[in-house]
Design a protein around this ligand. Sequence first.
Ligand SMILES: Cc1cc2nc3c(=O)[nH]c(=O)nc-3n(C[C@H](O)[C@H](O)[C@H](O)COP(=O)(O)OP(=O)(O)OC[C@H]3O[C@@H](n4cnc5c(N)ncnc54)[C@H](O)[C@@H]3O)c2cc1C
Length: 716
Amino acid sequence: MRLSFATIFYGFLLSYVIAKEAPADKSLSKAKSMFACRMIVHHTITQCPPGPDHHDCICNDPDAVTTFVACYAFYQKNATEAVEFFSHYCSEFADTTVSMNNVTSAYANYTTTGHFIIDGNQVNFTNIRFNDTNPDYAHALEHSINQFLHNWTDTLYYGNAVLGYWGLVMVIGALVNWLPLMFPQYCKPTGPFANWCRRNIILPATIGKKRMQNYKIWYIIEFYMPSRFESIILLGFCVVVTIILTINMCYSQSDSLIFTDYQAHLRYLANRTGIISTMMLPLVILFAGRNNILQYVTRWNHSVFICFHRYIARMMFIFVLIHGISFAIALGPDYHALMRSPFMIWGTVATVCGGIMIFQGLLYFRRRWYEMFLAIHILMAALFIAGTWRHVVTLGYVWYVYAATGVWVLDRIIRIVRIIAFGFPESDVTLMSNETLKVVIEKPKYWQPTPGGHVFIHFLRPSCFWQSHPFTCASAPGSDDHIVLYCKIKGGVTHGLYQYLMTMPEKTAKIRVGVEGPYGETSGARTSETAVFMAGGNGIPGMYSEAVDLAINSSFESRRIVKLYWVIREYRSLHWFFEELQSLRCLGVETTVFVTQPDNEQDTDDLKARISTIQALKHQELLEKKDATTEFTLEEDYNDFKNKIAFQLSHVNFIEGRPNINQLVQNEIEMANKSVAFVTCGHPAMVDDIRHEVVKSLDKTDGKRVDFYEQLLSWA
Ligand SMILES: Cc1cc2nc3c(=O)[nH]c(=O)nc-3n(C[C@H](O)[C@H](O)[C@H](O)COP(=O)(O)OP(=O)(O)OC[C@H]3O[C@@H](n4cnc5c(N)ncnc54)[C@H](O)[C@@H]3O)c2cc1C
């Protein structure tokens, strides 16, 4: 009985007072008074016992009206407000129109003649005035209610502690990433302590080498391990939430008037986890967005924020689970009745959707069925927000749901605006070397690609127009009006395009595209004297555009050395990046290409044709100048073909075999003058190797500043 009594009253009071009345302090005092006075009425007026059938008795029974109004005025010290509040309350919840005359005369009756004592269950209005009584019961109640309601409102501060923690993390991120860029001469220390911090905290993978490569346990548990710095941030987050879940959760002795110790704890826990999970929602949505302003503030990329998004979302879901379970236990026999109410149904919908998101968000699913994952994730997220909204709209804290919705809608609007602003140009899509799509797109005049940045592209074909895929973009060589993307053929949209282009003449077609971007940031390599860009496979466009940008924008006095390493499997990959490699000839970028399977002749026809065409043109030129003596013949020998490549790209150093990353990093550090930056994008294993070698080298840098930037972003 106690519980159902408490359930009903807390439900009413909290929904009415806290949700509708702001600010919280004012409503809290009203709620306290309201609840205490109702408890007193039900405790003292025999004809109004506690229970669901009598909650409107307070508005209908004259004794109850008098007692309630008197008590409320006693707490509120404001008779006028008491009268108004009571009248309003009765019309809203008891469906009873209490005339102001009734209330005023009840209050007047009390102030002039009304006296009462509590004698068992009997009320005697003749002896003692309310404020003359020894109001132990009322004060004990107030104390208990205080505990309950303060837990409710204090949770606001605890929730703010969580938000504050992430605010602090953002400030640290901004300082760590912006200061060295803005004041490289002061903020890029090379001393032992700075190197120790970078070697042990900021740069390494959390454990061992693996950061971009995923871990796999059993069949289905695949995951990325955050970097050590990210792990420390996430550990701090866990500490903060542990603290706020444990402090000030004590049981007030007078709680026994309403709850048992066990039920009180369950209630406090349920309320605290429920509120704080709601407060985490805007963070979860903000961090997942592409247009998250914090990316610009901190210079952390989308991939870092997606990592935070995942962990906060998981924590939020754990909170939601604790909230649901503890509340269900605390409700006891009232559970079934309350579960029928819409706010509980929507709360349950949100919880189930959250659970589905956590499960289907596993890397195993993202990897294999990204589009399916994304569609379900968006649908479930929308239902989660709708469910939370309906669940809390009468309980308070709905502003956090508004904020989350606002952030999401704003991100979507910006995305749409960016796509529309780019226009929907027709692009030239060509299948090259049977492994890569070259997509050349005319861009608007105002639109500039970010070196090392990426765009999301929609290929506007019936089979895939809704999909939006990220690809690094670079300016097309020899054209300021075009950008170019190089998309490796995989199993989804790129495979669909591959099949389509195989049926087209010259394996090329015009396809209308929607382009959203640019996103991403240029690395901080521009503050180092030597910049070493290391790309693997299709990671080359970003490294190339950063290297070119740096080479063009470095003054002669800066004596900057720009190096580009590209690791490819077969020679055929040179075909799709040939023009870019040629364009490096005059830029002074020291370029080396490693070919790890140099004898694989598969799909080299396109490259051979290109080499022969160039050769034939050169021959023609020589003939015209009368310098050539022999006829031009197409060479069939593969080694000769490789020699011709080396000849035509004579400014590029070709090395057959895998690079020795350890040696390469050591050599670059040794050769560097004062500072060297390694920037990398490519196969995850290669990126992890380079990071590992750079980190290892940090205790023997000989006073040189060594930086590492990974431009490989991954969230799937
Ligand atoms: C910032 C960024 C820049 C990239 N730049 C390039 C580039 O320049 N050249 C290049 O070849 N590849 C690049 N990629 C990878 C490229 O996005 C995927 O290869 C492409 O989306 C695969 O499309 P699909 O449908 O053919 O592949 P699927 O076979 O469906 O998927 C293959 C893999 O690609 C990933 N993936 C699929 N869809 C997405 C998506 N919408 N967002 C993120 N990852 C996805 C998943 O890990 C999946 O396992 C980049 C990825 C990112 C995150």
